[in-house]
Every structure is written in C-alpha cells, then in structure tokens.
Write a protein that binds this ligand. Structure first.
Ligand code: C2O
Ligand code: CU
Length: 691
C-alpha cells in the first residue's frame, strides 16, 4: 500500500510538471497568434490542460493527506517546503483561467478579425502569465525536494528561506513580463525570429542545463575519499546536544577497548579463511570462501560465561578478512570491523579475538571486510551460546543457517539451509522437544513457516521471550541478519520447516518419526507473527516514558543519485549516503532513543553493533508483550519504529542496513562515543572496506 502511494505520488508529480510546462509554453505564445479563430482554439486547449493540472494538484493534496496517516515524518518536507509554494501558485492559476474565459466569450462572433492590441497586451500581462510559471517552478522544486535532495537541514527557518527565494524569483519574473508586455503593445508585435526560436527552445535548454549540472556536480561530489577516519568525523553530528563536546576530553583509542587479555581462554577456536570448492546437496558445486574449508563455517558453540578465544587466519582471500560477532556485544576492539576496529587480515595474516560470552542465545559471525561480497560467498557461521544449565537437556537443538548462494553462471540465487538446497529429512522420536535456531544469513527478509505442529517463539535475536504462548499457523518474518528460536514438541505426524524470500523458496526440512515420503503442505494464507505483542509484559530498564539523553531521527529512503561516481537507485539515511550520513554521537551512560522511518521502496534491516535495542513502539503503537530486544530490526516501507538502548559499551560502532548490498552503496552510519578515536582508516586507498 505504502509503495503504491509512493509510486502514484511520483507519477502525479511528473505529469504535473509536464502539464505546467506545456501550459506555460502555450500561454507565452498566445500573443503572437494572428486571428481570433486561432486564438480561440488555442485558449480552449490551454484551459483544458490547465484544468487537468489543477486536478493533479487536488490529487497531490489527497495523496498528502493519506501519506500523512503514516506519520508526520513521511510528509514533513512536503508540508514545510513544497505545499507553501505549490498551493498558492496552483490556486492563482485560476486567474488566467478566468481571463481566458472572458476573452473566449468576447471573441465568439468576430472570428475572422485579427487579434487586437488590448487583447495582446492582456495575454502578455504578468497576471496572465505568471501564475502558471509559478506553478511550474514550485512543482519542479517540490519534486526535487521530495525525490532528490535538499542540501540543508529541514527546519522552519530554512523553509522560510526557500519561500523567500521563491518570492524573489516571482518578483523578478513579474517585472520582466511587465516590460515585455509594454514592448509588445507597441507597434511591432512580431518578435524577431531569433528571439522566438530562443523562447521555444528555452523549456528544453534550461532543464537540460539544470539536469546536466546536477549530474556532473553530484557525480564529482560522490567520489569516495581515499582515506577516512571514523574517529574524527564528529562534524557530521546530527544532534545539537552534542555540540558542546569538549575537545579536551581525554581520548581513548578503540584498540584499548579489548576483551580479557590475560585470563586463560576456556574455549579456543581457529578459523582459517580459504577458498574451496563446495558442493550443495543438489550436487551443484561452486567456489566458496570458507572458514576451515566449509561454507558456512563451523558452528561455534560455547557456554555462557566462558572466555572465548578465536584465532583468525587468512590463507588466500586477497582482499583480506575479519570476523564480526553479529548481535554479540563484545568490547569494541573485538568487533571485527575493517577500518574501524582493526585492519583487515591479509593473506598469511592472523588476528586474535577474545571475549567473554556474557549473553546466551543464537548469534552468528561473518567477515566485515567487503561484507556484501564475502558473506554471500560463505564467510559466515553460527555462534551459539548455551546457558550454564540447559532447561531440557534432551532437547534436539538444530541450527538453521538460511542463506542464498550465487552459483557460477547463474543470475538467480539458490536459497539453502547451509548447503542443503534440496528437501532435507530428519527423523526425530515423537515427544522430543525440538529447538530450531533460525538464522537469516540472507540480505532479504525471510518468511519462515513451521507446518504440522504448534510452536513457541522462545527467543528473538538471542533474547529470551517471557512466557511465550503456543503459536499455530503463523509465519515468522525474520530480518536480514535476524534470528528467531522456536520450540515445538515432535508429534507423531511429520512437521515441515520452509522459508521464502525474494531470493526464492527453500525446500526446507521435514521432521518425522519414521522414514516417510509425506510432506506437510505449506499454507500460504498464514498471518505473520507479531513480536510487538507476544509473551508476557515485564519490567524493562527504560521505556517510552523515560527521559532520553539523546534522540535521533533516522529517515530511510530511496532516491536516484550517485555513489562513488556512479548513478544508482540509492538507499539513503536522512537523505544521504555514507560518509555523509549522520554520526550518532553519545557519551557513556546515555539513554538513547532512535526513531526509524522508512519512506522508501525496500525493507531495511537496521543493525546496530555492540548494543541491543529495545523496541518501544511500532507504527505509533507501544509494544505490549514480552520486551522485544533486537539487534536486527526490519523496517518495512511505510513503517515507523521507536527503539532505545543504553550507551554502555564505549567505542565506534557501525549502525547499518543489513541488506549488505544496501550497506555497500552507502546505507551505513556509526554510533560513536565521545572521546574515542581509532588508528584505523577506511577508504579506497586502504585495505579496509567494511561494507
Ligand atoms: Cu552482521 Cu555490521 O553486521
Ligand atoms: Cu537497506
């Protein structure tokens, strides 16, 4: 629905601009018609087109009101910038319409006579010509503000400035037209041929110059720097509260923010990144980028409280690798982001990660060097942290790492659980509790379905749900990077897990008591499970009514624009792409609220490193169930989420869309603690490309 609205709005705008261009052009030529017959025909046509344009204006108003029901954040620049210019101009086009009518009436009987001087003067007068010109300019401006960019912060003063510039342009046009009409009323009423030619081509030349200028300038401006340092980008702070940040604060480097260094590790893993041929269950083979020769990499399973040491070795990934612990709140130096918390590990290189496994639950790890490319190719795996005591030790615990592979010579994706791209069958005795750890390692959101048994959602993104109720016939919609743990008791009849995304459908797994050919059917009418009101309410450390030290508003959108010199349909954060996206600056201990507004075309799974966010409200409705803690939150087109977190893990943390292709095109930003610096750099001339 929201996408449709967005599309209609854009189309109406485009039609409107075209109509005003035609009308303005027609009106400006009226004074040069010789007979009244010609004049009458032309006037009628202009009147019809003008009326049509006004109908489009009404349509725009209706669209504005409907879009407004999604929230103020969806319409604010329309209300502040576009409409104040657009509406008065559109209304004022009634004036030329009235003049047109009068002239048409008067000229009805004497069609053969030629246009006289008074009529000509009237037709060239500012009140006749200007409204349509104003309407045209305001529509172009409105379209630009809505779908391209405004190079300033949106507030009332900047809006007033825009209105004034607009008024000045109109005054200038008025005087120009006045002088012109005076000239016309003199003896010669035919303009020189060259002037007429220029006037005719102006409507093409001016837009061409504007578009060409925009094209070249924004292309140049989008070229990425060779070197960037995330510790010194505080000038992008979006929040006035941070302006009084004192520069004398003592500075700490991210390299000092490590996990336990001296304690002996309880668990030791070695992960070797290397290229390897792997084979899917269907028999198809591909060259994958693996950890320890397997893609996905081995599951790291540890117990809560243990000190974990992981030694990363890179055998032959030329551009280097890192390991990021997705959803796991490790100290900053262990976060594995190339160019922010470490340098990417080159071939033959080694890097040691050490952290204490404080949170239990389902997580995953992946390379955060060229992550869009490296994750697709297989440099990821699951990280499962078990609590000290397992509630039901006889539980069958199954990790489902759902991914979409890119096979050689295949443009489409091959969705699979691990390397299982064909139907998997597992036998489980009835009565056995089965825990499925569903991990979405795709860029797309995925819809999972468990058919054949009721289940409980016992954890989201590793965080336990309080008193989960049984769920039957509901689909689970999991964000890119997100995880759901579900629990069911194996019945006597078969149960099937399957999933679906823009990459295609995964055949899934059939669990059955004995060998069988039966396959439970997929129900395509299932409603989607709603995590905002599931489970039992519980006290949370903060909530909607807390006093927040920082509040950030993040508008996710799409527009046409440049990234590193190339034209794309961009995914923007507050209208910009990295490195012009906001830097969220906080200090340790701050309570932070962020509002995500998705005004674009695509789902954006927003992923914050190093912290877990509590969802406060969804589309204006406060969450009511068990506290919904998340690190990967899918914000669908038209949705608004308020989330909050405690700034309790100092460092410089990525906060980005986990559709890694979006991140690769600049849909990333950072959460940065005051006084934290990094010695590492990203940029084209460095070995670090975290996206
Ligand atoms: Cu799963 Cu910034 O990453
Ligand atoms: Cu995105």
């Amino acid at each position: 629905m929201f996408k449709l609205l967005y599309l209609i709005d854009f189309i109406v705008f485009a039609i409107l601009i075209v109509l005003w261009v035609i009308v303005a052009n027609r009106l400006s030529r009226l004074p040069f018609l010789s007979t009244k017959k010609e004049l009458k025909i032309s006037l009628k046509r202009s009147a019809i087109l003008c009326g049509l344009a006004q109908a489009m204006v009404v349509a725009e108003l209706v669209i504005l009101v409907v879009t407004g029901t999604y929230g103020w954040g969806f319409i604010e620049e329309k209300v502040l910038l576009t409409m104040p210019l657009f509406l008065p101009s559109a209304v004022s086009t009634l004036v030329p319409l009235a003049i047109l009518r009068k002239i048409v009436r008067q000229t009805s009987d004497e069609l053969q006579t030629s246009v006289d001087e008074t009529e000509r003067k009237l037709l060239a007068s500012p009140p006749f010509i200007l409204p349509v010109q104003a309407a045209l300019i305001s529509s172009v401006a409105g379209c630009y503000f809505s779908y391209f960019v405004y190079p300033f912060e949106l507030n009332i003063w900047n809006a007033v400035l825009i209105w004034m510039v607009f008024a000045l342009i109109l005054v200038a046009l008025w005087f120009r037209q006045q002088r012109y009409s005076a000239e016309l009323s003199q003896t010669h009423y035919k303009l020189p041929a060259s002037t007429r030619f220029v006037r005719r081509i102006l409507p093409i030349v001016i837009p061409a110059i504007l578009i060409g200028g925009w094209y070249i300038l924004s292309m140049k401006a989008s070229v990425l720097p060779d070197h960037m340092n995330m510790g010194s980008m505080h000038h992008h702070e979006m929040n006035m509260q941070t302006m009084n940040h004192s520069m004398n604060d003592k500075e700490i480097s991210v390299t000092a923010l490590t996990g336990p260094q001296t304690e002996k590790a309880d668990r030791y893993f070695e992960l070797v990144a290397e290229k390897k041929q792997v084979t899917l269950s269907s028999g198809k083979t591909m060259e994958a980028w693996t950890f320890n020769g397997s893609a996905p990499g081995p599951e790291l399973r540890v117990k809560q409280g243990e000190i974990v040491e992981v030694v990363l070795k890179n055998k032959d990934i030329e551009d280097g690798v890192t390991i990021h612990w997705h959803g796991y709140n490790v100290p900053n130096a262990e976060d594995g982001v190339a160019g922010v918390t470490q340098d990417s590990v080159p071939p033959e290189g080694t890097h040691v990660y050490r952290f204490q496994a404080k949170q239990a639950g389902t997580y995953w790890y992946h390379s955060h060097q060229q992550s869009a490319k490296q994750v697709i190719k297989g440099l990821f795996g699951s990280l499962v942290v078990e609590p000290q005591e397992m509630a039901q030790p006889q539980t069958k615990d199954i990790t489902v790492l759902s991914h979409a592979w890119q096979l050689p010579n295949d443009d489409s994706f091959t969705p699979a659980y691990g390397l299982q791209d064909t139907l998997d069958r597992q036998t489980i005795p009835s009565g056995t509790p089965v825990r499925l750890r569903l991990i979405n390692a795709q860029n797309y959101p995925q819809t999972f379905q468990l058919s054949g048994a009721p289940f409980k959602v016992i954890a989201i993104d590793g965080n336990d749900i309080q008193s989960p109720a049984p769920v039957d016939n509901q689909n689970l919609f999991i964000a890119g990077g997100g995880r759901y743990d579900i629990l069911f008791t194996m019945p006597k009849t078969p149960v099937r897990l399957s999933s679906q995304s823009d990459a295609g459908a995964t055949p899934g797994i059939v669990f059955s008591e004995t060998e069988t050919n039966a396959i439970p059917a997929i129900n395509d009418k299932n409603p989607v499970f709603d995590p905002s009101r599931y489970g039992e309410k519980q006290q949370t450390p903060f909530g909607l009514n807390s006093k927040f030290d920082r509040t950030f508003k993040i508008v996710l959108d799409s527009r046409l624009g440049f990234y590193d010199g190339k034209l794309y349909a961009l995914y923007t954060i507050n209208r910009h792409v990295f490195p012009d996206t906001p830097m969220l600056t906080v200090k340790e201990g701050d309570l932070v609220k962020t509002t995500f507004i998705n005004r674009g075309w695509d789902h954006h799974p927003m992923h914050l490193h190093g912290h877990t966010m509590l969802v406060l409200s969804r589309n204006g409705k406060p969450t009511t169930g068990s506290p919904w803690w998340t690190d990967s939150l899918d914000v669908a087109p038209g949705e608004v989420y308020e989330v909050a977190f405690k700034a309790d893990n100092p460092g410089i943390w990525m906060d980005h869309c986990h559709n890694l292709w979006h991140a690769e095109l600049g849909m990333t930003m950072h959460l940065s603690y005051e006084g934290i610096t990094t010695p590492f750099q990203t940029g084209k001339k460095t070995a670090n490309q975290p996206e």
